[in-house]
Design a protein around this ligand. Structure first.
Ligand SMILES: Cc1ncc(COP(=O)(O)O)c(C=O)c1O
Length: 388
């Protein structure tokens, strides 16, 4: 059975070149990068080479890159590494749970958090961030690209606000890395987290940019790895994989390769909007990363559509979360003003490097007929009401 994977914002396949680069570090180059003998020197050199590649992707110095276990750890490190009881934090309602739940924990520890809203396109207004500032504000954490809609936030403007206010600025760039150029100096951030498995490196590896002079408390205590900012023997194969993926991502961005991906994404959404009634793009009108579109299919249960498409070989996703048996609508889409029903009726299509125009044709051959079939089964769907 043919299978097409359009869920690259959940995770991406490891590229063959990335796997090849990693392979020797599981076998012949197995040394602990902290050992001073030959074996350790070999892996240390590989770790430092990968650090250069990640620094080149982010536009920072090598000494400002700290390897982590992924986006969640980077986000947690940014939040808990800087903020203490009594501090005020500004974040947004559409952050990933790695930031939102860290902020909830801070609230329980006696911190105050302002959650700035987004507009109907999913955009934070920098003026809301400015207005939320207090003398006790310590950190602003606003993501670069949203994982569900792909919407890119005005982080350069927010960076300027944070510089004027002398507040630390963290941005979760997990869904931006490899999809849009990143220049930490232009953004004006102090911290920026990325994750390997969203950019064709393996799961369980990531990195955080920590700008020089950022006084970050570590979360893990142990050896003096990563200049005492992240204790624990380095995950050398993962780090090598992340470095290789960063090199490939940078080359693709430099050569404009993502234009092709944006064209495929645009074809999916244009054709679906043209062929299927009562649909719309969530985040329409906002700048977005080139690989993502989030579309609502009114009168449908998104989970049912995901399952029906999966049975036919197409993998996509909803932003809905199943908690205690009930399907919770996505906090991102409801924050944008979508009704719970419309949010539950929304699907995310997220493309990756390996997708082809044939994959798009395959998806387009399945989606309209599947939606029609499910709507015919739906008690709330009234064909005449939406066709007039
Ligand atoms: C925006 C964003 N931040 C953080 C994370 C967490 O990254 P990881 O899976 O590497 O822990 C994700 C993963 O879905 C994400 O999309």
């Amino acid at each position: 059975m043919r299978r097409v994977y359009f869920d690259n914002n959940a995770t991406t396949p490891v590229l063959p070149e990335v796997l090849e680069a990693m392979r020797p570090y599981f076998t012949e180059h197995f040394g602990n990068a902290s050992s001073i003998h030959h074996h350790g020197q070999q892996t240390r050199a590989a770790v430092e080479h990968a650090r250069e590649s990640v620094a080149a992707l982010l536009g920072c110095r090598t000494g400002e890159v700290v390897f982590t276990s992924g986006g969640t750890e980077g986000d947690n490190l940014a939040v808990f590494g800087l903020v203490g009881a009594g501090d005020h934090v500004i974040t947004s309602t559409i952050e990933h749970h790695a930031v939102l739940n860290s902020c909830k924990r801070l609230e329980a520890m006696g911190c105050e958090i302002t959650y700035v809203p987004v507009d109907g396109r999913g955009l934070v207004d920098p003026d809301d961030v400015r207005r939320a500032l207090r003398s006790s504000s310590k950190l602003i954490s606003i993501m670069m690209a949203n994982n569900e809609t792909g919407v890119l936030q005005p982080i350069e403007e927010i960076g300027k606000i944070t510089a004027d206010a002398d507040v630390y600025f963290h941005t979760d760039a997990v869904q931006a890395a490899g999809k849009v150029p990143i220049e930490v100096k232009r953004i004006g951030c102090d911290l920026l987290s990325i994750s390997g498995h969203k950019m064709h490196a393996p799961q369980g590896i990531g990195a955080i940019y920590v700008g020089k002079g950022t006084l970050l408390q570590p979360m893990l205590y142990g050896g003096s790895h990563e200049r005492s900012r992240r204790a624990g023997t380095e995950n050398v194969p993962g780090i090598v994989g992340l470095g290789k993926a960063a090199e490939i991502a940078k080359a693709a961005l430099d050569h404009g390769d993502l234009v092709r991906m944006a064209e495929m994404r645009d074809r999916i959404q244009e054709k679906i909007l043209a062929d299927v009634q009562a649909t719309g793009v969530n985040g329409e009108g906002a700048p977005r990363v080139p690989n993502t579109t989030n579309i609502h299919f009114d009168y449908i249960e998104g989970e049912a559509l995901v399952i029906a498409l999966d049975l036919k070989g197409l993998a996509v996703s909803t932003g809905a979360a199943c908690s205690s048996g009930a399907i919770e609508p996505s906090h991102v889409l409801t924050a944008m003003g979508l009704s719970a029903d419309r949010a539950r009726a929304s699907l995310r299509f997220s493309l990756g490097k390996e997708n082809t125009p044939d994959d798009v044709d395959f998806a387009l051959s399945l989606v309209p007929e599947t939606v029609t079939r499910l709507r015919e089964l739906s008690p709330v769907y009234n064909k005449t009401a939406i066709s007039t």
